[in-house]
Design a protein around this ligand. Structure first.
Ligand SMILES: [Fe+2]
Length: 194
């Protein structure tokens, strides 16, 4: 079940051609832009890699990673009437493969949106229509109590920063470094976790 470096690369390259929900970028473009925003902000290697992989759960289809076929159809919770829980779906595939510094911000990045809607004035209004749609499916804005509880979790602040890069990583035809730019540090983190 655990993904190796090649599996992750194949998922991003082959299934990454899918449109990112209702946004005007592909899944791979979104992942690369998100990682780039984290890198230029001076984030740790772990958070840059978390940004790169945060939506990999969307790309995990029902079949095994060994049978990944190119697919350009939109495939994301934004286009469905239910939450696909992609932030949790990915975790069993990466447990023991990457450290918690990568996995926990990924696990919490949807909750981070629900948190920011409660905690930050104007954040909800800044969301794209697709993100507002998925927010409703994901449980909506946190209450004050839920927001406080969220922030007490380990890696919650990293998840909030990931979320901000996530929200900005939707620019069509944006020139950013390719996937190969991130593979050495992804591999390094995998070696550390092994
Ligand atoms: Fe995303």
């Amino acid at each position: 079940m655990a993904l190796n470096l090649n599996d992750i690369q194949q998922l991003l390259v082959k299934r990454g051609a899918q449109q990112y929900g209702r946004e005007a970028v592909s899944q791979l473009e979104h992942a690369l832009q998100c990682a780039h925003l984290a890198e230029v902000a001076g984030e740790s290697d772990a958070l840059v890699v978390a940004c790169l992989l945060h939506d990999l759960g969307h790309l995990l289809a029902s079949e095994s990673p060994g049978s990944m076929e190119p697919d350009t159809e939109p495939c994301m919770d934004h286009d469905k009437d239910h939450d696909d829980l992609h932030q949790y779906k990915l975790l069993p595939f990466l447990r023991g493969v990457l450290p918690d510094d990568v996995l926990e911000p990924i696990r919490l990045h949807v909750e981070a949106k629900r948190y920011l809607c409660q905690a930050e004035e104007g954040y909800f209004e800044s969301l794209s229509p697709a993100s507002v749609h998925s927010l409703a499916l994901q449980g909506g804005t946190f209450t004050e109590v839920e927001a406080r509880a969220f922030l007490h979790q380990s890696h919650a602040r990293e998840a909030v920063r990931l979320r901000r890069y996530d929200d900005l990583a939707k620019v069509p035809h944006c020139a950013v470094p390719p996937l190969a730019h991130y593979l050495p540090r992804l591999e390094q983190l995998m070696l550390q976790a092994a």
